[in-house]
Each structure stands twice: as C-alpha cells, then as structure tokens.
Design a binder for this molecule. Sequence first.
Ligand code: GLN
Length: 483
Amino acid sequence: MHHMTLAEIARGLADKKFSSEELTKALLARIAQLDPQINSFISLTEELALSQAKAADARRANGESGALLGAPIAHKDLFCTQGIRTSCGSKMLDNFKAPYDATVVAKLAAAGAVTLGKTNMDEFAMGSANESSHYGAVKNPWNLEHVPGGSSGGSAAAVAARLLPAATATDTGGSIRQPAAFTNLTGLKPTYGRVSRWGMIAYASSLDQGGPLARTAEDCAILLQGMAGFDPNDSTSIDEPVPDYSASLNGSLQGLRIGVPKEYFGAGLDPRIAELIHNSIKELEKLGAVVKQISLPNMQHAIPAYYVIAPAEASSNLSRFDGVRFGYRCENPQNLVDLYKRSRGEGFGAEVQRRIMVGTYALSAGYYDAYYLKAQKIRRLVKNDFMAAFDEVDVILGPTTPNPAWKLGAKNSDPVAAYLEDVYTITANLAGLPGLSMPAGFVDGLPVGVQLLAPYFQEGRLLNVAHQYQLNTDWHTRPPTGF
Ligand code: GLN
C-alpha cells in the first residue's frame, strides 16, 4: 500500500479497494517500524489520524468524493495544529501546543486529508541539512549517512521513504525544492501570497511560503489545490482565483520556451549534475520545447542579500519568544532581563542565535543603510532580471542544487559553506516567484533535482512541464533501497 501516490490512493478509495482507515493503520505501522532509521517525525498523531480516516470513510460512504478525502499526509512542524505540539524543531517550543489550526491545516482537514503527524525540520526553518533540529538530525533514506536537505527534511525523508505519499513544507530560501532534490521528490514553492501564512510560524515573513512535497507533479497538483487560496487572515495573501491544477497537467509542451541562464553553469556546479540537467533539457526538447540561453546578471549578489534580509526578518519575528508568552522559560529567573537572556539563550540553538545576531546587527541604526537597505536594492535587481527573462521565455530551467546531499556533519563547522549551496533556490524567494524541483537522475547513488521557475501565479505551467517530463522519464518512480 505504501508505494501508492496520492492520485493512486484517490482512485483506490473511490473504487473501494481499501478504506482510509485501513490505509492509515498500514502507514502508521510502517512509520513505527521504519522511522527510527530516519527520524522524520517529531510527533505522531495516531488518534487524530484514525478519527479523521473514519470520518473520511463515512463521507465517502455518503457519496462525497475528492482527491484528498481520506488521503494520509503530515505537516511540517511549523504549521500550527490545535491542541497538538507545534515545536518548529526548537527546544523553545517543545512544550507549545498551538491554540488554533493554521489555515493550511484547516483547509486540508476540511478537504478530508488525514494527518499522521508533524515532521522534523531545521530549528525555525533555518538550515539546509535538517541537522539543527532540537529533535535530532534527519537521515536521507537514499543513504543514511547523508543529510536529507532542509529545512523541510522531515517531510522529504518521510515521503521519500514511502512512510506516506505527501506532506506540507515551507520554502524561505529553498526548503521545499532543495530537500526534494536531495531525496528524489517533486516539490513546489508557490508564488508568494498564493498559500496562506496564517498559523505558519514565521521565519522571514517576506520570503516564507508553504507548498507541497510529493513524489510526482500530479500529487503536488492535488496537495497544492488543497493548500492554495486567499485568506483574509494573512495580509500578504493574494485574492486571485485558484485554477484547477490537475487540469493543467496535460497541456502540450510544443513550442514551450525554456530559458537556461548561463550563470547557472559556472564554477561550483558539480559537472555530473550539469550533465544530468543537460539530459533533462534534451528530454524536454523531444517533447517540443525550444531552448534559449538567457542571463540573470545579478544572481551572484543573491546569497549575500538573502543572508542579510532573512536574518533581519528572523531577528524581528523571533523577538516574541521571550520566556513570557510562548514556550520555554528558564528556571528561577532573577529579574526580567535575566528571564529574557536565559530563556532565549537556553531555548534557541546555535544557528538560530547566529541568525538573530546577524539580523539585529544588520538592522541596527548605524548599519541599516549599509546592509539591510543595500540588500533590499539587490532584491529588486534580482526581480528585474527575472522580469526581463520572462519577456523572452516561459520557464527558466537549471539545477536545484550545485551538489548532491552532503554527509551528515560535513558542513557543521562552516555555516557559510552551507549557505552557498542555496545559490539556485533563493532567487525565487527574493523575487516571490514560483519554483519546482523534480527528479533528474543520480550521482553516486544520490538523487539530483532539476529546477523550473515560472512567472507569478504560473504554478500550473510548472506542474504541466513536470508532469509531461515525468510521463517520459522514470527517475521519480525509483524508491530508495530498504524503503
Ligand atoms: N537554507 C536557507 C536558510 O537557511 C533556506 C531555509 C528555508 O527555506 N526555510 O535560510
């Protein structure tokens, strides 16, 4: 049962081949058996899952249908779930039970999805290896000595290990696409404002966006359909109609203009990944796409700009965790300042503290212009590059990451080395554009992703290209050995 995709599950449920309750029990047993190897869950919600599964079966028995009705999923542990621990991977929120459901959680529950649990993540979504979690590192099911990517590493590892068909995730600088690439999944970061951030614990509010992680583009379409839409509770949510994403999958790629930025193939890219990307381009050309070289001249400035803006916003967002209102409080505070200092010093891990310090520094009166304002100007240049490119092409294609998944611990002593691995993903967040990563082959037995970017609100186009590619390739169907 565990090999089924969301689409296959929907068909099986509709044809009464099995019930949601049977499927849920089977997957919960599989999680209990296999998750100790990869540590992809922070919390399991067995009782909730079984009651949601029974309710979904009852709704189907009453004649209701829907692709998510009875479908098992999990939520990254930064989506608030009412009455259930929502830890954000941090000791700071280890004891925090959210008082309400995030909009994404409520929407998916209303569509009949079954929540198996909350997935592991880098602390406060800061990282690209899922090693900074208070609950321990997540292992990559493709090679247990390697990282699964981050910060949505738990969602990715769980889906890759066939513990469940799909999961929610978030992407501030690549945290959906990069773990998708590292674990052979398809992951979509929607246009900023497409998916509500209400109840999604903030890291960097102008960059954060929720989206689906699944094995196929078809499944990403199904999950995104359940997540997307205007939310009056989120002031940055955009009031645009949500198209039928599944209906967009089957368009022809004849004449599709694919832009390949020359800057993507410079030093730093593993040549074996470059070769796989070129193979995927050839595959899309066979389907009728036309390839054109383009340029994104300001890409080189994106990493420094991102690593000023994201920490700046984080330093502001995380000021609410003060030992008073949420989560962790130190023992025996001597006075208010002592309470703040020790609650934050003991509750936050090293990477979170580093980001808060960098962000506070960049926002301080004397340095604001030199760092934060400068970074915002670069952000606009990055966006302008994309706008110029999309005058000429329909999608932009390149590698998702410069290297495959590294070994656990390999970059722990050098945070900047890890930041540099985000080079291909962060530009989409700076510009607010949608991006997708899909499987493109393997290097040393580790998965490689190809990234597609599209103009605002063209999620359907990304899913269309990825689905057509997946109808003609089989990388995405391959499971990791042992799972
Ligand atoms: N690796 C990036 C960071 O650490 C992106 C993380 C994310 O997208 N949440 O900020």
